[in-house]
Design a protein around this ligand. Structure first.
Ligand code: KG4
Ligand code: ZN
Length: 336
């Protein structure tokens, strides 16, 4: 059978990325151009700057991805692109490039949901992985527990009622004077510290709910820092980082495993930027394996935004003949 080559394009936030994936599972190239250094001085992503940077980078990044894959554009079978959720201006850059390529090459265009892409990163990590499984998707904009019943069939079992987990990491890192993005910095700072030292709150909504809430936790950290400063006491950034991280990890792991038991699946998967967190990966593995569940954990570069995951998700849409029209628009608030 002929190999199916899909080009993926991802520009929903501050990474300009293009990738070529073979038969939905083998990465031939995955070019990721991060704009982090541009946004760092503002302490977060500035949407207008992100759009302008995407415009500068999108063509070279696509050309590089095709080149690295050792193919020519005409060899592609389909073009997959993130059309939401995300920053509208940023999404439009990737979408316009994808549409232009699909039209010029006369290849099918496939719109991909960004969260579906994050979940699909697990198919790139584990070639044997098949649905059903329960996936924790924790990123800068989302904290969802998703039941992936099939490649295209998802059920949201729980989600954050306020801040996303990654957003909480970024805000707490800022309060600790660590910089942006906060997740990797807190992860690193926490490694040498004791996460059980400060008892920050873990919000639970009773037996039925699998929802999260992180804004109270963020406020508790800020109050802790303010109180210490008022008393003229020094706080230890590493201990605060570790204790905050522990509070987030505890609820992420607990709710995900409850969801897995509810659906009686055998596999738990991780996705999204926060899934790169070393403590989350370790605790999820330890706790899941203790109750006989297998854990699929994409390598960190496949957890944060990348186009290989979009090409993978697009492959499964293509197989189902879910082809998009060239009138496809960006949908910043797209729901799963
Ligand atoms: O998936 P992603 O790259 O973009 C979105 O779709 O939002 O996730 C970015 C988020 C940021 O909030 C970042 O701080 C967080 O993922 N993150 C981490 C780690 N690496 C990235 N959070 C905790 N620990 C990490 N190692
Ligand atoms: Zn993402």
């Amino acid at each position: 059978m002929k190999d199916l080559l899909v080009l993926g394009i991802e520009t929903s936030c501050d990474e300009t990325s293009a990738a070529v994936v073979k038969n939905g599972r083998t990465i031939l190239s995955n070019v990721i151009s991060s704009q982090i250094d541009v946004h760092q001085k503002f302490g977060g992503v500035v949407p207008e700057i992100a759009s302008r940077k995407h415009v500068e980078l999108i063509i070279p990044v696509i050309d590089q991805a095709v080149h690295d894959a050792g193919i020519e554009k005409k060899d592609l079978d389909a073009i997959g692109v993130t059309y939401g959720p995300g920053l509208v201006g940023a999404l439009l850059v990737g979408l316009s490039a994808a549409k232009a390529m699909a039209y010029a090459l006369n290849k099918p265009l496939i719109g991909v949901h960004h969260i579906e892409g994050h979940i699909a990163a697990n198919y790139l990590q584990s070639k044997a992985l098949k649905p059903p499984f329960v996936c924790l998707v924790a990123s800068g904009g989302h904290s969802h527990i998703v039941y992936a019943e099939d490649y295209h069939k998802f059920e949201i079992m729980g989600q954050t009622r306020d801040d996303a987990a990654g957003e909480a990491f970024d805000k707490v890192a800022r309060a600790l004077g660590m910089g942006y993005p906060g997740g990797p910095l807190i992860d690193k700072a926490a490694q040498a510290a004791d996460g059980r030292l400060i008892d920050f709150p873990r919000v639970r909504f009773g037996n039925e709910s699998l929802d999260f809430s992180f804004s109270g936790l963020k406020t508790a950290v800020l109050n802790y820092l303010n109180k210490a400063e008022q008393k003229g006491e020094a706080w230890d950034a590493q201990n605060v980082a570790a204790s905050f991280q522990q509070a987030v990890v505890d609820v992420l792991v607990e709710n995900t495993l409850r969801a897995a038991q509810r659906k009686q699946v055998k596999i738990v998967a991780l996705a999204g930027g926060v899934a790169a967190n070393s403590s989350l990966r370790k605790q999820m593995k330890g706790c899941a394996e203790a109750i006989g569940l297998e854990v699929c954990c994409p390598e960190p570069v496949l957890c944060t935004d990348n186009a290989a995951m979009i090409a993978c998700a697009a492959y499964y849409e293509y197989k189902k003949n879910n082809i998009s029209d060239l009138s496809l628009n960006a949908v910043p608030g797209l729901r799963l």
